[in-house]
Design a protein around this ligand. Structure first.
Ligand code: G3P
Length: 225
C-alpha cells in the first residue's frame, strides 16, 4: 500500500467511535480516490483495521517489546492487528525526542511506517534526524480552526519541506491544522508537501461524503498543477 496523502486523525471525536469510525473509513475507501488513510482512537484500532482496506495509523505507540507492559501500546501488537503505521508526538500527545527515536526504531523492526508530528519547521528538522518515514508539521494555534496552515502560513510549509529535505529528501512531508477545503489541500501539495493531516474538517462535517470528495479533488488538482 502506498503511503496515503490525506490522513484523517479521528482524535477523540464522537463521530469516529466504533461503528461510526468504520462507516467513515468506508466512505473514504469508496470516495477517496486512493488518497486516504485514517488514525482512529487507539481503543478502536483493531476493530476498524479489520473492516477496511485503507492504511490505518495508530494514534500513538510506545518503545516497549515485552509481555508485561500493562496499558502500553506495543509496535509488535499493532503490526499483528494489521496496522499500517504509527502517528507519534502529536501536539496533543507529545513525547521526548529519545522516546520518539526508540519508537521509530522499534516500529521499523515490525514493518510499521512512522509519521511523526512537529510544531514548527525547526522541530521538524530535529525529528527528521531520527529517521522517520514522514514528518507532519502542525502549528498548534491553528489546530481545530478554519484557518488552514497552507493558506495562512505558506512559509511554514516551504521551510519545513526545505529543512526536512536538507536532512533526507526521502522523508515525506505532511502539513496539518485548519485544513478543510479542496483549495487547502491543493495549496499544501503545490507548496511541496507530500500530503495533509486533518481532523475537524471531516470529523465535524455535516456532509462527510461531500467533504471527502472535495478533499480528494484537492489532492488531484494539487498533484496535477
Ligand atoms: O492531526 C490533525 C490535526 O491536529 C489537525 O486538526 O482539526 O485542525 O484538522 P484540525
Amino acid at each position: 500500500m502506498d503511503f496515503p496523502r490525506v490522513i484523517v486523525n479521528y482524535k477523540t471525536y464522537e463521530s469516529g467511535i466504533a461503528e461510526g469510525g468504520i462507516k467513515l473509513a468506508l466512505i473514504m475507501q469508496e470516495k477517496g480516490r486512493g488518497y486516504f488513510g485514517i488514525s482512529p482512537q487507539v481503543v478502536d484500532t483493531s476493530l476498524i483495521a479489520k473492516q477496511v482496506n485503507i492504511p490505518v495509523f495508530s494514534q500513538h505507540a510506545d518503545p516497549l517489546d515485552v509481555d508485561r507492559a500493562t496499558g502500553w501500546i506495543l509496535p509488535r501488537t499493532l503490526a499483528r492487528i494489521g496496522v499500517y503505521g504509527v502517528l507519534l508526538n502529536h501536539s496533543e500527545h507529545p513525547m521526548p525526542l529519545g522516546r520518539i527515536r526508540d519508537t521509530i526504531n522499534l516500529s521499523k523492526q515490525y514493518g510499521l511506517k512512522t509519521l511523526v508530528c512537529a510544531e514548527s519547521p525547526s522541530q521538524a528538522r530535529e525529528i527528521a534526524k531520527l529517521g522517520p518515514d514522514a514528518v507532519a508539521v502542525e502549528p498548534p494555534e491553528l489546530i481545530g480552526t478554519k484557518t488552514s496552515v497552507s493558506e495562512a502560513e505558506p512559509g511554514v510549509v516551504t521551510n519545513t519541506v526545505k529543512n526536512i529535505h536538507d536532512i533526507n529528501p526521502n522523508i515525506l512531508v505532511f502539513v496539518g491544522a485548519g485544513i478543510h477545503t479542496k483549495e487547502d489541500v491543493a495549496q499544501a501539495l503545490k507548496l511541496g508537501a507530500y500530503g495533509v493531516l486533518l481532523a475537524s474538517g471531516v470529523m465535524k462535517s455535516d456532509n462527510v461524503e461531500k467533504e471527502i470528495d472535495d478533499l480528494a479533488e484537492g489532492a488531484d488538482s494539487g498533484l496535477h498543477k
